[in-house]
Design a protein around this ligand. Structure first.
Ligand code: NI
Length: 159
């Protein structure tokens, strides 16, 4: 059964394999193993996904689970002070270095490290050079939290 759980789709994208399944024997399962509850079971390669965009401070949705988004973002320089009233945020640094400023102290987050910013806590991310960061947070999370300005993004692209 290893072929079934390997995730190998033999070069067929989930969307395509789903459409190929349409019109088949009516007794066949309506949802094949490539797709369950609308979610892809293909793996994500972070380097490949990060190569698809260049903009800074513009998070891209790369996956979703349990009402949360996994987002990829490139940081360069400083962001704005803000907090989130209802959401905790996870920042995982996959490349470069991030400094998370809090009112009381700063925390340097290096490649391979992550930090969770609890809800309600004022914070300002700053990249040293360029940093590639994975975010994990509820779908409702706005990038600038309680602040709305020119850096606020209401709609996020997917990669
Ligand atoms: Ni935030």
């Amino acid at each position: 059964m290893s072929g079934i759980i390997s995730g190998g789709s033999a070069g067929v994208s989930p969307a395509l394999s789903l459409s190929l399944n349409c019109g088949r024997d009516a007794r066949a399962p309506r949802v094949n193993w490539h797709y369950a509850a609308g979610r892809s079971m293909d793996k994500i390669n972070l380097a490949q996904k990060f190569s698809l965009f260049k903009e800074h401070w513009s998070p891209k949705i790369v996956a979703e689970l349990n009402g949360q988004y996994v987002k990829l973002v490139k940081f360069s320089g400083e962001f704005v002070w803000h907090h989130h009233d209802h959401e905790d945020e996870l920042f995982l640094v996959v490349k470069g270095k991030l400094v998370m400023h809090f009112k009381e102290r700063d925390v340097a987050v290096e490649e391979g490290e992550f930090i969770v910013v609890p809800r309600g806590v004022e914070h300002k991310p700053e990249a040293v050079g360029e940093a590639h960061v994975v975010l994990f947070e509820p779908k409702s999370t706005l990038n600038t939290g309680n602040v709305r300005n020119e850096r606020t993004l209401e709609e996020l692209e997917r990669v």
